[in-house]
Design a protein. Sequence first.
Length: 228
Amino acid sequence: MNIYGERMPNSSPRRLPRGRYALSREEVERIQRSRLCAAMAEVMAEKGYVATSVADVLQRSGVSRQSFYQLFEDKLDCFMAAFDVAADLLLQHLLEMVGADEHRMPGPDAIDDPLGGFERAFTAYLAALAIELPYTRLFLIEVYAAGPAAMRRRSELQDAITAVFADLMGVTDDAGRFTCQMVVAATSTLVTRAVAENDVEGLSALGPRVIAHVRTLWHAGAFGTIVE
């Protein structure tokens, strides 16, 4: 299954039927876009960004070249769309686990128990990385080969994760926010090696160690002023 719940076989995916059918143009484009993003992530997981061609993505997705260029300008444009899919999925997992509202603020249970909320959110983060390894490789590894625009998008994603982390922990001052930023940056580095090696067990094993370290930082006052 891909990120959209659609089955993505390794070869000869089922194409949309030719001629007239019940789906609207918008729905067809949504399906094609999702298949292309999934194919981009899957092929890059095997070949890397540089060696992946538009032709590779078309073969894996079963979408025509004409349809590809109706949706995307080029390979990088498709990569950026796939990156956004991965980022949305990751943030969705984190926010759901802390019961966040429409403003991305943690729910009352997380506010009453910020360390417990962090443990649930971090466990969900690692699970999300393991479930969608091709997308995970995309924004943790292949993003470096995709160029400056992709790196800026990666920085924005890390900033968003840092903001969720800080809100979850009730941090209110700059020193505490900087601690959150360091934890997020260090975690990204730690998980990258496991992702590069497709080591799902290694990803899971990081959870207790990082959670324990965050608890130590919390009790040492490293998160600065917090909201009680």
